[in-house]
Ligand binder design. Structure first.
Ligand SMILES: Cc1cc2nc3c(=O)[nH]c(=O)nc-3n(C[C@H](O)[C@H](O)[C@H](O)COP(=O)(O)O)c2cc1C
Length: 406
């Protein structure tokens, strides 16, 4: 069986009595063709030995966050990035609480916080721990954030009680993983298409040490790149300077200035089917670049310095006018008159779609959540405040729908 061929699954094990069943889950996933790595909490190692999982997977088991040797080999960020899917089985009540509150106090919770890989959890605990409002609320929070919950099942429990809280059987969990991937395959509606995305800010140099930039973090554009890649597209990401790693399976080109972004984007647009301009490109750059660092004026009577700015090339407009058949999506970051400004930009720049988002007052820029209004010639859709990963997924669905209709 190779239903999971080329799939990389990170199994997380937390400290519950059902941990012994995870050995069987591990075997089942490997039998189905998956490459499996295991991360255990400290408590989990009291229930099943890492040696068992290491022998089954043929890979070292990861459990220590502050382990210099492990970090030098495959550190927590690499592990987070390595996986196509994370399955935590069993998921203890305590781990669920830590995840719901965004803790990163051990390796497994840190990985979960540092990934945009889909996370699946199989809760397993005593029936009263499960029905406790705290656990229920935590699970609701996780489900709202996009975690997939499997079970728990009802029945006789290890503690001797009967009720809901048993971990789903390993073979059932393995089948759920297979179903998840085949569902993903049928939803790979952008296979064979190229999506070009710009992201992040640009830097406009004043002199060799100074530049003008803006507050864009690139998070929205990077999340869209991941979402497009998951839909099967070949993704080209042209990114300004950001503190983010390139998403899995995405080709990234790093640039600095608006002019560099313009030239690179126009070049890549020739082979693209969809263009999504999320980058916060500087509208102006210094008219003159000073070859040497501009010195502070010594003459106290001349304390001000005037910087002349020139208009930059408009990437979005140039792309949409040069490639009229390319499906072009713009972003309008506005501090006021959001919808009117976005609608006028949609027409002026000949776009197929525009995504309006309110910025300023602690909104959008450098945040992990966003709230957007998607506008096209004869329609509009609002996406309420949610994580940028969720926004990106829903936005890509709308873009794909409009793109297919065109
Ligand atoms: C014998 C024993 C069995 C336990 N079984 C469970 C369990 O099935 N589910 C659970 O949520 N906690 C269970 N616990 C409590 C967890 O081990 C405890 O909350 C621990 O802190 C979880 O740590 P972790 O989430 O980092 O793995 C059990 C504790 C003991 C001593």
């Amino acid at each position: 069986m190779s239903a999971l061929k080329n799939k990389r699954i990170l199994i997380g094990i937390s400290g519950g009595i059902a941990a012994y069943k995870t050995a069987e889950l591990t075997r089942a996933l490997i039998k189905k063709g998956a490459e499996v790595r295991v991360c255990m909490t400290k408590a989990a190692t009291e229930f099943i030995t890492p040696l068992t999982l290491q022998a089954l997977t043929g890979n070292p088991v990861h459990s220590d966050l502050l382990d210099t040797e492990a970090e030098a080999a495959m550190g927590h960020i690499e592990l987070a990035r390595w996986a196509d899917l994370i399955m935590i089985a069993p998921a203890s009540a305590d781990l669920i609480a830590r995840l719901a509150h965004g803790h990163a106090n051990d390796l497994l919770s840190t990985i979960c916080l540092a990934t945009d890989t889909p996370i699946h959890i199989a809760p397993a605990m005593n029936r009263l721990m499960w029905s406790n409002k705290a656990t229920q609320d935590n699970c609701k929070t996780l489900a709202q954030r996009g975690f997939t919950l499997h079970g728990p099942a009802e029945g006789e429990q290890a503690c001797g009680e009967t009720g809901a809280g048993r971990m789903l059987e390993p073979l059932e969990l393995a089948e759920n993983v297979v179903a998840k991937f085949s569902q993903e395959k049928t939803s790979q509606v952008l296979t064979g298409k190229t999506v070009l995305i710009t992201a992040g800010p640009t830097r406009e140099a004043i002199d060799p040490v100074r530049y003008i930039t803006n507050r864009s973090s690139g998070k929205m554009g990077y999340a869209i790149a991941s979402a497009a890649q998951r839909l099967g597209a070949e993704v080209q990401l042209v990114s300004g300077p950001v503190a983010l790693e390139a998403p899995n399976g995405v080709t990234r080109t790093l640039v600095e200035s608006a002019l560099q972004m313009h030239d690179k984007t126009l070049n890549l647009a020739k082979n693209a089917d969809i263009f999504i301009a999320t980058a916060a490109v500087a509208d102006y750059s210094p008219a003159q670049f000073a070859q040497q660092k501009i010195k502070k004026k010594k003459d106290k009577t001349k304390e001000s310095l005037t910087l002349e700015l020139q208009t930059n090339k408009d990437i979005l407009s140039d792309v949409s006018h040069t490639f009229p058949n390319l499906f072009t999506v713009g972003f309008a970051a506005e501090t006021e008159n959001l919808i009117e400004n976005a609608q006028s930009k949609l027409k002026r720049k000949k776009l197929d779609m525009i995504v309006a988002n309110q910025v300023g007052e602690n909104k959008a820029f450098d945040k992990d959540t966003n709230q957007i209004e998607i506008i096209w010639a004869d329609g509009q859709q609002s996406l309420p405040e949610q994580t940028k990963t969720e926004i990106a997924k829903e936005l890509m669905e709308v873009i794909t729908e409009r793109f297919s209709a065109k």
